[in-house]
Design a protein around this ligand. Structure first.
Ligand code: NAG
Ligand code: NAG
Ligand code: NAG
Length: 202
């Protein structure tokens, strides 16, 4: 019994004395040697819990609300714009992200414009802004407000002329066609003239 008490006392003493090493000249504090005993407890290198994706780049891009938005566009006869959206390549689709506003020229306007196959994605992007804007927010923006387009440094100018809301040269003729929360869309009077873009250099 006394033996164990002494052991405990010795243990306590060692704990206390090892923390502030007494500056005993000539005596090296008896620090326990560094022991690597704990390394075996570490789990071995964990491979990623999920197997690497077999198609890391070319995964089909899902914009969850897009089918609903397309349904709304069709119900207001924006068939040409729907076709353009369906033809977008994966790169452009992922660039669109989840929250967008589309400005849709009518089928007649699209039929008159020349869109080359290689320029299709750019055409859609020049009719899209990366935030969901309902008509009333557009109408409330101060005259001349610039909104960021999908191309960095390129901005569209929103202006109010009379009761009309313009995006560059085109004004909104059909408000709030898309009922989705994350995708808004409006019919516009003509194809957006991007030569009217504002460039802002930082
Ligand atoms: C998708 O369209 C964009 C814009 O026109 C183009 O830069 C890109 O190379 C296209 N990507 C593919 C995979 O076709
Ligand atoms: C205007 O902005 C659009 C959309 O960002 C861009 O595609 C187009 O090239 C720009 N136009 C000019 C003339 O810079
Ligand atoms: C907005 O600005 C345009 C020109 O930039 C002007 O013609 C128009 O009258 C302005 N609208 C209002 C409501 O001031």
């Amino acid at each position: 019994m006394g033996f164990f008490a002494v052991l405990i006392l010795v243990g306590l003493f060692r704990l206390v004395s090892s923390s502030p090493p007494p500056a005993a000249p000539g005596k090296i504090p008896a620090l326990p040697p560094f022991s690597p005993v704990e390394t075996p407890d570490l789990p071995p290198f964990n491979p990623p819990s999920q197997p690497p994706s077999t198609s890391p780049v070319n995964k089909p891009v899902k914009i969850p609300e897009l089918p609903r938005a397309i349904f709304d566009m069709q119900s207001k006869s924006y068939f040409g714009f729907v076709i353009l959206l369906n033809l977008l390549n994966a790169t452009t689709k992922s660039a669109l992200g989840q929250q967008v506003t589309f400005f849709m020229p009518s089928d007649q306007q699209l039929a008159r414009s020349t869109i080359s196959p290689g320029g299709l994605d750019d055409f859609v992007l020049t009719h899209t802004v990366p935030e969901p804007l309902i008509f009333s927010s557009l109408a409330r923006t101060p005259n001349g407000t610039l909104i960021q387009s999908f191309t960095s440094n390129q901005f569209f100018r929103i202006s109010n002329i009379g009761r009309r809301v313009f995006i560059n040269n085109a004004h909104i003729v059909t408000r709030n066609v898309c009922s989705s929360d994350t995708i808004k869309c409006h019919g516009i009077s003509t194809v957006i003239d991007t030569s009217m873009n504002q460039t802002v250099s930082w």
